[in-house]
Ligand binder design. Structure first.
Ligand SMILES: NC(=O)c1ccc[n+]([C@@H]2O[C@H](COP(=O)([O-])OP(=O)(O)OC[C@H]3O[C@@H](n4cnc5c(N)ncnc54)[C@H](OP(=O)(O)O)[C@@H]3O)[C@@H](O)[C@H]2O)c1
Length: 347
């Protein structure tokens, strides 16, 4: 029986990551007992989790790797639900895509789902991405991209976007597994996630916004980007878990905006940063719709609030300071048009 104010026990994979940290915070504040998996229990980068409200009584961290089945099974023991969030989100050029991105994403997801079946998990929420939606050359340019749209694995390979390929393959594999094994699965596909950080370092998607503020040597395409607040993603994941009627995929991409408009908006709020000088026009990409998620009851905060809270957080953490002698590069996974040969790190 559920005690008033107390929910069940759930597990979050990759708990110390950007999205997962906000989800853990939300689950704790909603009365859940949370198991969180991390790869290294002693790492400083996960220390923020232990400082979350109610963490001392309701958060238990487990050392687990997506490619180590038994560690996942141990973390899921006693849980009713699992949020599978962990997946490689590379900030730099990937030299060994199969080992570093595709295998952990795809085999990792299958390990998670199999462990869920074995541990009789009632519902699994897998965090996919619009990376599994966007790259579909056959989709008409003037038609809204919705949950029916899937990225083409062939196209992802052709442009060597290993992250997009990994998310597409992982979500497809998840659906195949769930249908075959009767697992209650819901997937959520967020767009570019920004907003304040709970952890001490910038996540890969935060680098996208930091680049749009600071500028850098690489040009930015003036395509339509879709932005979502990290706190709203956490809300979407909880909603997908708690609403019995939730089913299938959910796009979570509320704010389409071109880079030029985003930069103009940011300049109006914070006029004193460098901002990208080289914005190149590209053919328009189809817009996305999050109507299905909104119909489930999802609400999101205004874009200005997200940008404001993100910038204040970056400022406080010193992430917008100029680092002498260092060049700030655009994360290559966001480069969707060219074969990604660009140099790619925060050197
Ligand atoms: N941020 C976005 O814009 C965005 C948009 C759409 C979807 N997503 C999805 O949201 C999820 C979280 O992304 P994020 O932005 O929060 O990235 P993140 O901060 O880099 O978090 C990724 C997490 O995955 C863990 N991980 C990676 N490989 C692993 C492995 N082999 N075993 C166990 N854990 C592993 C990482 O652990 P370590 O810390 O140990 O490396 C980290 O905790 C991912 O599935 C991503 O694809 C993100």
């Amino acid at each position: 029986m559920e005690v008033a104010g107390q929910k069940g026990r759930v597990c979050v994979t990759g708990a110390g990551g950007y999205v997962a940290s906000w989800l853990v915070k939300l689950l704790l504040s909603n009365g859940y007992k949370v198991h969180g998996t991390v790869r290294d229990l002693s790492e400083e980068k996960n220390a923020h989790l232990r400082k979350l409200e109610k963490a001392s009584e309701n958060l238990q961290l487990f050392k687990a790797d997506l490619l180590d089945y038994d560690t996942l099974k141990a973390a899921f023991a006693g849980c009713e639900g699992v949020f599978h969030v962990a997946s490689p989100v590379p900030a730099t050029k990937v030299l060994d895509p199969e080992a570093k991105v595709i295998t952990p994403a795809v085999n990792g997801t299958l390990n998670v789902l199999q462990a869920c079946s074995e541990k009789k998990i009632k519902r699994v929420i897998v965090v996919s991405s619009i990376a599994a939606v966007l790259l579909n050359p056959r989709w008409p340019h003037d038609k809204l991209q919705d949950e029916e749209c899937w990225s083409s694995e062939e196209f992802c390979r052709m442009i060597e976007n290993w992250y997009f390929l990994s998310k597409t393959m992982a979500e497809r594999a998840a659906w195949k597994y769930a249908e075959k094994n009767g697992l209650d699965l819901v997937t959520v596909c967020p767009s570019v996630v920004v907003g304040p950080l709970l952890q001490p370092t910038a996540s890969t998607s935060s680098l996208f916004l930091i680049y749009a503020i600071k500028g850098g040597p690489e040009p930015m395409n003036n395509s339509l980007w879709n932005i979502v607040d990290v706190r709203d993603v956490a809300d979407a994941l909880l909603l997908a878990y708690e609403r019995p009627e939730a089913s299938g995929r959910y796009l979570c991409a509320p704010y389409p905006i071109t880079i030029r408009d985003l930069v103009d908006l940011l300049k109006g709020m914070y006029p004193n940063y460098g901002y990208p000088k080289n914005i190149i026009e590209v053919p328009p990409n189809p817009p996305l719709t999050s109507e299905k998620l909104k119909k489930l009851g999802w609400k999101c905060r205004p874009l200005e609030e997200t940008l404001n809270d993100a910038v204040e957080c970056y400022r406080e953490a010193g992430l917008l300071d100029e680092l002498e002698g260092r060049t700030f590069h655009f994360p290559p996974l966001f480069n969707l048009t060219a074969k990604t040969g660009t140099q790619v790190s925060v050197e």
